[in-house]
Design a protein around this ligand. Structure first.
Ligand SMILES: C[C@H](N)C(=O)N[C@@H](CCC(=O)O)C(=O)O
Ligand SMILES: [Mg+2]
Length: 365
C-alpha cells in the first residue's frame, strides 16, 4: 500500500458556548484535516488545531509544515514500513507538533486498515469505554456555577474548571461551583499557567481550607518554570498535573525524574502524535506516574485518535477528551461514539473515521 497523495482541508465547527481559559477565548473549532491517500484507495485521517498560545502552531504553519516538509517525507512510501514513516514524520522538521500529530495518526490509521485491526487493539487494547470530564470556562463565579449545573444536567460527574483569569476571583469561583454541584461531583482545576508559584500555593491552600475538595490542579505556573512547578508540588496538598510543561517524552522524563509534578497530561498535539504519546505512557509506567489524556479545542478526528490511545493504556487513568462535546455539532463520520461523558471506541480497522460530512470541509488544493 503506497502513499500517493496528501490532501489538506479546513473545518469549522461552532461551540455550544465560548471556550475561555487564562490564555484565550474562542467561539469555534477551526482545524486542519489531513487525508493521506494510498494506491489501494484507502485514506488515513488526521486533524490538527491551531492552538497558537500553547503549541505555537497556526493554521498557516500547520498547512505549510505538512505540504512542504512532513508530506514530502512520506510520499511514495509503503504504509507497511510504519516505523520508518513515523520516524520520517518526526525528523522532517523541528517543532510543529500539531502538524506531525495529524500525519502520525493518519499513518497509524492506514496501518490498522492494512492489517485489519483497530488502533486501540494494536496498541494494547485495555478497554472499550472511557469517561471524560467536561470543561467549565473561566467566567464570573455565578456564570460558572450555572454552567456547572448545566453540565451535571447533561450527565457529567467530573468537571474541569478553568481558573486564572483574574486570580483574585479563583477561590470565589470554585466556592460557587462547589455550592452549585454538591459534594459528589469530582472537580479538577486548570490555571493554564496563570499563577506565580507562591500565589498558587496560597490559592490552593485557601481552597483546601474551604473544603472545596479539588482532585488536582493542572499547570498552575508558566510552562518553562519547572522549579516553580516543583515548588507548588512540594508545598500544596492538591496534586499537581503538568500540562504545558510537558510536550516531548524528554520533558515528561525530566518532570518525573525530578518529581516536579504528580501527574502528566498527554496530548497528541503537544508531543507530535500517537508515536511519542506511547513513549510518554511507557515512561510513566516505569515511574508509576498516572497520566491524563487531554485534547486542545479539537473536533472528533484527532480526539478520536486520543480515545484509541486511552483505550489501549491503563496508565491513562484520567480523561479530558471533551472537544467534541463542547461543539454544537459533529461533522465527522465514524470513529468513537460520544454519548456525553461516555466514550466508546470504534471497532473498525485503523481509527474508524469514514470522512467529513459532504460540504463541511474546505479543501486546500
Ligand atoms: C479542551 C480541553 N478540555 C482543554 O481544556 N484543553 C487545554 C486547552 C486547550 C485550548 O486552549 O484549546 C488545556 O489546557 O488543558
Ligand atoms: Mg491544561
Amino acid at each position: 500500500m503506497r502513499i500517493t497523495r496528501i490532501r489538506l482541508g479546513r473545518i469549522s465547527v461552532p461551540l455550544r458556548v465560548p471556550f475561555k481559559t487564562a490564555l484565550r477565548s474562542v467561539d469555534s473549532v477551526e482545524d486542519v484535516v489531513v487525508e493521506v491517500h494510498t494506491d489501494a484507495g484507502t485514506i488515513g485521517y488526521g486533524e490538527a488545531p491551531p492552538t497558537g498560545v500553547i503549541t505555537g502552531d497556526t493554521t498557516g504553519a500547520i498547512v505549510g509544515a505538512v505540504q512542504d516538509h512532513i508530506g514530502r517525507a512520506i510520499l511514495d512510501r509503503d504504509v507497511d514500513d510504519l516505523e520508518d514513516l513515523l520516524q520520517r514524520v518526526q525528523r522532517s522538521i523541528v517543532h510543529n507538533t500539531s502538524a506531525k500529530a495529524a500525519v502520525d495518526m493518519a499513518l497509524w490509521d492506514l496501518y490498522g486498515q492494512l492489517h485489519h485491526i483497530p488502533v486501540y487493539k494494536l496498541l494494547g487494547g485495555a478497554r472499550k469505554c472511557i469517561v471524560t470530564d467536561i470543561t467549565i470556562s473561566v467566567n464570573p463565579p455565578e456564570e460558572m456555577a450555572r454552567d456547572a449545573r448545566d453540565a451535571i444536567g447533561r450527565g457529567y460527574d467530573c468537571l474541569k474548571v478553568k481558573v486564572g483569569a483574574n486570580p483574585a476571583l479563583d477561590v470565589e469561583r470554585l466556592s460557587a461551583v462547589r455550592r452549585a454541584v454538591g459534594d459528589d461531583v469530582c472537580i479538577r482545576i486548570d490555571a493554564n499557567q496563570a499563577w506565580r508559584p507562591r500565589e498558587a500555593v496560597r490559592i490552593l491552600n485557601a481552597m483546601q481550607e474551604k473544603g472545596l475538595a479539588i482532585e488536582f490542579v493542572e499547570q498552575p505556573v508558566k510552562a518553562q518554570d519547572i522549579d516553580g512547578l516543583r515548588y507548588v508540588t512540594e508545598h500544596s496538598d492538591v496534586p499537581v498535573l503538568a500540562d504545558e510543561s510537558v510536550f516531548s517524552p524528554e520533558d515528561a522524563m525530566r518532570i518525573m525524574q525530578t518529581r516536579a509534578a504528580d501527574l502528566i497530561n498527554i496530548k497528541l498535539m503537544k508531543c507530535g502524535g500517537l508515536t511519542n504519546a506511547l513513549k510518554i505512557a511507557s515512561a510513566a509506567e516505569v515511574y508509576g506516574v498516572e497520566c491524563m489524556i487531554g485534547c486542545m479545542l479539537e473536533a472528533k478526528i484527532s480526539v478520536n485518535a486520543a480515545v484509541e490511545l486511552a483505550c489501549a493504556k491503563r496508565i491513562i487513568t484520567k480523561v479530558d477528551l471533551d472537544g467534541p462535546v463542547l461543539c454544537s455539532e459533529d461533522p465527522i463520520l465514524g470513529g468513537a461514539v460520544f454519548r456525553e461523558k461516555e466514550i466508546t471506541v470504534s471497532d473498525e480497522p485503523g481509527l474508524g473515521i469514514r470522512g467529513v460530512e459532504p460540504g463541511r470541509i474546505a479543501y486546500i488544493d
